[in-house]
Structure formats: structure tokens, C-alpha cells
Design a protein around this ligand. Structure first.
Ligand SMILES: Cc1cc2nc3c(=O)[nH]c(=O)nc-3n(C[C@H](O)[C@H](O)[C@H](O)COP(=O)(O)OP(=O)(O)OC[C@H]3O[C@@H](n4cnc5c(N)ncnc54)[C@H](O)[C@@H]3O)c2cc1C
Length: 464
């Protein structure tokens, strides 16, 4: 289109590579405004740590845009108003964005599309946050598979959309209000050095290279929270400093370890496709009968859980890792979530909302999908009668107790795997380790056997 301007509205795609909206706008138009709107609704729901991470990534995007002669234009306020204002001010013919699957994003985008349409401006979306967009991976009957394994099989065979290459449109150089200064350093889930510590797309690529180099060990190490056994790329995927396709391409499938990493991206796509198709899953159990579950109203239990004071060291270590870093290892997420839902019989939605607030990688589709999986209410979920035993899980996946001692320092004096069960240690030995149960560290807040019987009865009643 000759002599035309487009606005690219960045959201959770804070990069220029493999960014379909950016590529299309810069190829099809002469001039492009790169816009980011700080939405107080979303900002207000984030922890300062997540805000800082995003601001670091926005600064990096601004610097990257400077290399093509432009700036990131930042405005704060309701995107329903601001996007239209900016498009008008730029005399843009169109606004492009990469779509998202959450009900909030869908409602917001529909409102923006309406406002743009009233102003005679086009609205157009691409998919840039998933390997395959919703609707592309189908069963023979044309539906979205409700079981993961066949979904994955088709997913892996499905060809990719063409790699989007940016064009040479001029990029506007008005920074608007500019990127606000972060309150602290760029957060990472552990200390990183060199390029890996850098924000934005370039840092993310260095983190990806490092993760790809570890990928062969993934099958053996992915369940061991004391070591760096997973890619730790979920935060980059959440903010879109990396596209999942870049991860899949760089990691590849040359070895079983590499293929196992890429398979996890199929889970990510699957949960996004499910939420896109059924937005009510944010609140409603996928298996309708479980809407009858009689959850317990246990405020003290919920507080003990979310402060890492349940008396079960593996659970408490996970929550403390989350509180300290904004991230928790996947194996421990499963055990911690199971403890809330099964042992405390507290509604999974309370846990999901709190995780969504605290996690740096908080992603509604992934969070809801995984919580429903643990609760046994979701598609292809963990069987309802599977109740993770936090002591056995700890012994198995943290065999030396190193992870627990790192995150629950009051138990650091207890050697070996005995740290998973401090109440079994004799009083003299405990005293020698500097621990008085109920004083320095809580006694278990529930009995595992009794709470297991209680949850099985509750699920059985809901199934009747
Ligand atoms: C209760 C619960 C809540 C969760 N909430 C979130 C969330 O809000 N955001 C989020 O990104 N992940 C969530 N997960 C999934 C998983 O725990 C994280 O993606 C993973 O721990 C991130 O670490 P990693 O990047 O090292 O993962 P890796 O094991 O290296 O996996 C590579 C990538 O694959 C994807 N992936 C891995 N496991 C899963 C999974 N089970 N479901 C979907 N995608 C997966 C992630 O994008 C991840 O970055 C949750 C899991 C549970 C049990």
C-alpha cells in the first residue's frame, strides 16, 4: 500500500524477530509506529518484580528499535482509548497486533476493534505467541483433541507458517511518555552472568543458547528442582522476548532430550487452544460434575500454604522459591498445587489466582490448564484419586534434601533426606540441628492419611 502508516501494538510479543504483526506492518506499509500501552488493569495485578521484568524488556525493545532508526512509543492508560487516539494521530490506516487467547485480551481487543472501526481504521491480528495458532491442529473429525498425546502427534506433523521477515518501513521515533524506570535490577530467577543476564530479545537468545546446550540432560534432570535441569525459558515465552518457534527451531529434535524440550511447547499450545475455544475454563471445571465439589473454607490453611508454612518442607520450599524469585520448578508446582487442592481441599481457583499474581511467567492459559490438570477437573488430567505425597515426592526428586535446605533455611541444620520429615526426627537430634518444631518451623498442618481420605470422599460425592 503506497504512502501508508500502520501502528503495531505490542503486548506480549516484546521482540522484532519472528513477530508476524511487526513483519507484516513493516513490509506492507511505508511508516510504522511501534506502540506499547501500559494498561493499569494489568499493571496493577502484577508484582513489582514482574513489572520490573517487563520494563527491562520494554527498554530493550526500545533499544532494538533504535537500531532501525525508531523508538518504542509508550503511553499509559486504557488501551481501548489510547490505541485509537494514537492511530488517529499517526493518520494510520491500520493497527496490527499479535493475538492472545485470554478472555480479558479477547474482550479488550474486540472493544479496540470496534473503536477503530468507528474511526474508519482497520484492525488486524496475527498469531505470534504460539507454535501453531488455535484451530490449526485438528483431529480427523476436525475438532481440538481433548487428549494430549494425539494432539502432540498431529502438532509435531503440522507444518509451520512461513517465517515472517520484517520489511523496510520507516519506524517513527517519538518515544511518547518513554519507558518508565524500573524500581530495581532486571529480575532473573537465579544470578546470571554475561549476555544471559541482559533483558529483552538479545538476553533471551543467550538464555536459549544456554538452555539448548543443556537439553540432552533434560529427560534425566527435568524433575530435580535442586539443579538447573529445565530450560528456565518460561518468563521469556510469557513476555514474548522469545517466540516458541525460535525455541523449537534452536533446540530442534536431534536427540531425545531436545525432542522432550520441544514437546513441552506442545503442552503450551494445547492449553492455549483449549482456553481459546472455551474461555469459561478460567473459572469453570472442564469436567462439569466437579462444579459440585464441596471445597473447604479454610483461611488459615490457605495463608499457611501461600506463606510456605504448611510444615511439609518440600511444599514450603516451593512456595518460598516462588516468593523469593517469582518462579517455581515444575515438579514442585505440581506437588504444591496438589497439596492445596487435595490435602487442604481448597478450591483450585484460589491457588490459580494467587499463582497468577506472583509468578513471573504467569500465563492464564498455562496456569489454568495446569491447575485443572492437578485438580483432576481438566482435560486429560491427573486422575482424581492421585494425591501427591509431599514427603515421598521430596525424597524422590530432592534425594539429598538440598532444595529444601536452600529455600527453608530454618531446616538447614538437618542433613540428608531426613529434612523432608522433620517430625520423625528425635528431639535431641532436632535440637542439635537448631530446630524446635512448632517454634522454628511449623508442625504439619494436616495429616496426610486423613486428608487423603477426605478428598477422595469429596471427589466421590461430586462424581455421584
Ligand atoms: C500448578 C501449575 C501452574 C503453572 N502455571 C504456569 C504459568 O502460569 N505459566 C507457565 O508458563 N507455565 C506454568 N506452569 C507450567 C510449568 O510449570 C512451567 O512452564 C515451567 O515450570 C517453566 O519452567 P521452564 O521454562 O524451565 O520449563 P521447561 O521444562 O524447560 O519447558 C520448556 C517450556 O515448555 C513450556 N511448558 C513446560 N511445562 C509445561 C506445562 N506443564 N504446561 C504448559 N507449558 C509447559 C513452558 O513454556 C516452558 O518454558 C504451571 C504448572 C503447574 C503445575
Amino acid at each position: 500500500m503506497a504512502d501508508s502508516t500502520a501502528v503495531v501494538w505490542f503486548r506480549r510479543d516484546l521482540r522484532l524477530d519472528d513477530n508476524p504483526a511487526w513483519a507484516r506492518a513493516t513490509s506492507e506499509h511505508d511508516r510504522v509506529v511501534a506502540l506499547f500501552v501500559i494498561d493499569p488493569t494489568l499493571f496493577g495485578a502484577a508484582t513489582p518484580r514482574r513489572t520490573d521484568r517487563m520494563l527491562g524488556d520494554l527498554r530493550a525493545l526500545d533499544e532494538r528499535l533504535a537500531t532501525v532508526g525508531g523508538r518504542l512509543k509508550v503511553r499509559t492508560g486504557d488501551p481501548r482509548r489510547i490505541v485509537v487516539d494514537e492511530a488517529r494521530a499517526a493518520s494510520a490506516v491500520t493497527v496490527l497486533a499479535n493475538a492472545d487467547v485470554t478472555p480479558y485480551a479477547a474482550g479488550r481487543d474486540a472493544a479496540v476493534a470496534d473503536a477503530l472501526s468507528s474511526a474508519g481504521i482497520e484492525w488486524s491480528t496475527e498469531w505470534g505467541t504460539l507454535v501453531h495458532e488455535p484451530g490449526r491442529v485438528r483431529t480427523a473429525a476436525g475438532t481440538l483433541s481433548q487428549v494430549f498425546t494425539p494432539f502432540h502427534r498431529t502438532w509435531a506433523r503440522t507444518s509451520w507458517n512461513a517465517w515472517p521477515l520484517p520489511g523496510d518501513a520507516a519506524v517513527a521515533d517519538d518515544p511518547g511518555d518513554g519507558v518508565p524506570a524500573p524500581a530495581g535490577p532486571y529480575p532473573s530467577l537465579r544470578p546470571l552472568a554475561g549476555d544471559e543476564a541482559r533483558p529483552g530479545e538479545e538476553g533471551a537468545l543467550a538464555r536459549l543458547e544456554a538452555a539448548a546446550a543443556r537439553a540432552d540432560a533434560y529427560p534425566d534432570e527435568r524433575d530435580l528442582p535442586a539443579i538447573v535441569g529445565t530450560t528456565e525459558l518460561s518468563i521469556d515465552l510469557r513476555f514474548g522476548t522469545l517466540s516458541p518457534r525460535t525455541v523449537a527451531m534452536v533446540v530442534g529434535d536431534a536427540t531425545p532430550g531436545r525432542a522432550a524440550v520441544v514437546r513441552q511447547l506442545a503442552w503450551r499450545d494445547w492449553y492455549a487452544h483449549l482456553l481459546f475455544e472455551r474461555p469459561e475454563l478460567v473459572d469453570a471445571p472442564m469436567k462439569a460434575r466437579y462444579s459440585r465439589l464441596a471445597w473447604r473454607d479454610d483461611e488459615a490453611g490457605f495463608v499457611a500454604w501461600r506463606t510456605g508454612r504448611t510444615g511439609y518442607p518440600f511444599v514450603d520450599a516451593g512456595i518460598r522459591q516462588l516468593l523469593a524469585t517469582g518462579w517455581m520448578h515444575n515438579r514442585v508446582r505440581m506437588v504444591v498445587a496438589s497439596f492445596l487442592v487435595k490435602n487442604l481441599l481448597i478450591d483450585w481457583r484460589r491457588g490459580e489466582r494467587w499463582f497468577r499474581h506472583v509468578l513471573l511467567d504467569a500465563d492464564v492459559a498455562q496456569n489454568v490448564g495446569n491447575w485443572q490438570w492437578v485438580a483432576g477437573t481438566g482435560p486429560d488430567a491427573s486422575p482424581y484419586n492421585r494425591v501427591f505425597n509431599p514427603v515421598l515426592q521430596g525424597r524422590r526428586f530432592d534425594p539429598d534434601g538440598e532444595y529444601v535446605r536452600r529455600w527453608v533455611p530454618e531446616l538447614a541444620g538437618i542433613a540428608g533426606d531426613a529434612v523432608h520429615q522433620p517430625w520423625e526426627i528425635g528431639p535431641l537430634e532436632l535440637a542439635a540441628a537448631g530446630v524446635e518444631l512448632g517454634v522454628d518451623y511449623p508442625a504439619p498442618i494436616v495429616d496426610l492419611g486423613e486428608s487423603r481420605a477426605r478428598v477422595l470422599a469429596a471427589y466421590a460425592a461430586a462424581r455421584d
